[in-house]
Ligand binder design. Structure first.
Ligand code: 16G
Length: 243
């Protein structure tokens, strides 16, 4: 059973105790999008000042557990999608969570590799690469923007194939025999510009996760991708072991 009252003698700050009570309520009783009691109600119910109640609610809002709607109140957020950091495709990640993956083709071009892309893919500068831009959806909801670069030599007629609603990794493996088996990934915090925010259904300036991934098929560099994931919908999980 969860905590139901504030312990005035506890060394744990009162706002933090209230935060835990609210978390418990969110997990056990409140549905997604359900309203939480107002700060005034919380203060009265738990014998706290409005300031303390606000501090607890602020914390949960900044952690993404609650969201505010101007003039309406504070509500329970949808839990984030928890992605283990492995060399999986978006399609596999979503299916593993019981969601239907989708993909909208935002543009595909055959271009000479820029210096930066050539470096990431260990190509000669100017070597032909496909630049593929896709909006990824889960159950129809925009989740991520993926901008992949693939050496053209690996997948000769990729430009003629549709990637609408298709797994790029499946196409690489099934059509071209390019099976990715190794990669590295850099994760950074970012802010969505107005273009990306519009595509992702976010307010401009919203927080995003920027993931840069390089993958190899054996010893051949096969993909360099920069993905922009909605930070309000995603969390990334790594398992750790002593080295
Ligand atoms: C992942 C990869 C992306 C890759 C895509 C293939 C990250 C950050 N990105 O989302 O680089 O292109 O999977 O997914 O993990 P697909 O096979 O479903 O098209």
């Amino acid at each position: 059973t969860g905590r139901t009252d504030i312990d005035a003698r506890s060394p744990v700050p009162k706002y933090y105790q209230l935060r835990e009570i609210l978390l418990d309520l969110i997990e056990r009783e409140l549905a997604v999008d359900a309203p939480v009691p107002s700060e005034r109600e919380l203060a009265a119910r738990y014998g706290l000042s409005r300031m303390t109640a606000r501090q607890a609610v602020e914390h949960l809002v900044s952690e993404g557990r609650l969201y505010r709607v101007q003039g309406k109140g504070t509500f329970v957020s949808r839990p984030k999608i928890d992605i283990p950091l492995r060399l999986t495709s978006f399609t596999e990640d979503m299916r593993a969570r019981g969601m239907t993956p989708g993909s909208r083709d935002l543009g595909r071009r055959l271009i000479p590799a820029t210096a930066a892309v050539a470096r990431e893919l260990a190509l000669e500068g100017g070597a032909p690469v496909y630049a593929i831009e896709r909006l990824r959806t889960a159950d129809g909801v925009p989740m991520a923007l993926e901008r992949s670069h693939i050496p053209a030599a690996l997948a000769p007629d990729l430009m003629e194939r549709t990637l609408e609603g298709v797994s790029l990794y499946e196409v690489l493996a099934d059509v071209y025999g390019v099976v990715l088996d190794r990669g590295d990934q850099v994760i950074e915090a970012g802010i969505a510009d107005s273009g990306d925010a519009g595509l992702l259904g976010l307010a401009p300036g919203s927080a995003v996760l920027l993931l840069q991934r390089r993958c190899w098929a054996g010893t051949t560099p096969a993909e360099y991708a920069v993905s922009t994931y909605r930070a309000d919908r995603y969390q990334l999980r790594a398992s750790l072991a002593m080295q």
